[in-house]
Design a protein around this ligand. Structure first.
Ligand code: AMP
Ligand code: FE
Ligand code: FE
Ligand code: ZN
Length: 281
């Protein structure tokens, strides 16, 4: 029995609908799935319904972009209350930041005499949480780049001409935001962030877990992060970070988190919920 706890749909920069993603999960025999779209939980209701009909356990989640000591990190919130007012208010702000950033990115691309239309990017994105992948897809669709890699290489990667920094909330604030919404805070793909020395400070801020298994973590990285999690008393999580087809295949199925890790998370979440309740009294 396995889980995939890191998935994106077309409510952010994935290409599958919640129903299509769930169908892949069912075909692959997953016991549990979490939807972790960037800065939104809008796909969760449909994914929950699809999972319920497929007999799959569903965990509502979201992937937030945060910052600590100048490093960008991604924090996954699991078991979030999708009706939490404070969380919804903050997500709406992040979405507005994303939309303004797209306008800025397109303006920079146009300054380079590449006639990308802003409307095309928003049309391709068709969601409230647009990101650089949508700009890349629009560049390809308009015939201005041959493929997504070229779009990132020429314009969108950090320090390329159309790269625009994104406002990020501080990591301690993001952890607190997740906790007040009843969730567990997990650092996503630490192997991609190159800031292992910040993990103890994050644990001191209340970080609950570490995404040890990820498509871009090899066996050595997965083992290393499990040891770090063990030393710091953090939960071990994992997921494929599937955004749809990647080189002709979906990534879902490539990472299989043993289901007992989900049970450990549920215990930790119940303990957090109890302490939230006590501090509210
Ligand atoms: P954003 O949230 O707008 O900063 O975009 C980040 C997203 O872009 C990530 O979640 C990935 O899906 C994607 N991404 C980042 N770097 C690359 C790259 N070099 N090639 C393709 N996709 C990328
Ligand atoms: Fe993404
Ligand atoms: Fe990420
Ligand atoms: Zn992701």
């Amino acid at each position: 029995m396995f889980a995939d706890l890191h998935l994106h749909t077309n409510f952010s920069d994935g290409t599958y609908t919640p129903e299509e993603l769930t169908a892949h999960g069912q075909r692959l025999g997953f016991r549990a799935l979490a939807l972790s779209d960037h800065d939104t939980m809008e796909g969760c209701a449909r994914m929950a319904a699809a999972c319920a009909s497929a007999g799959i356990e569903f965990i509502p989640a979201s992937e937030l972009t945060a910052e600590l000591e100048g490093h960008e990190l991604h924090l996954l919130g699991y078991f979030l209350d999708t009706t939490n007012a404070k969380l919804l208010e903050e997500l709406a702000k992040f979405q507005e930041v994303r939309q303004n950033r797209i306008r800025e990115i397109v303006a920079r691309i146009r300054e380079l005499n590449v006639p990308l239309r802003e409307e095309l990017v928003f049309e391709v994105a068709n969601c409230r949480a647009p990101g650089r992948p949508h700009v890349a897809r629009a560049l390809v669709k308009a015939g201005l780049c041959r493929n997504l890699d070229e779009a990132f290489e020429r314009f969108l990667k950090k320090d390329r001409p159309a790269w625009v920094p994104k406002f990020k909330m501080s990591a301690p604030d993001a952890v607190a935001l997740i906790h007040q919404a009843g969730g567990l805070a997990v650092m996503a793909h630490p192997g991609l962030n190159n800031c292992d020395d910040l993990i103890p400070a994050l644990a001191d801020c209340g970080l609950d877990g570490l995404e040890c298994y990820h498509t871009k973590h090899g066996a050595a990285a997965a083992y290393h992060y499990q040891k770090v999690a063990e030393q710091l008393g953090l939960l071990v999580t994992g997921g494929s970070d599937c955004h749809g087809l990647s080189k002709g295949r979906p990534l879902i199925g490539g990472v299989k988190l043993p289901y007992f890790r989900v049970e450990e998370m549920k215990k930790a979440q119940a303990a957090r919920a109890k302490s939230n309740l006590q501090s509210a009294i």
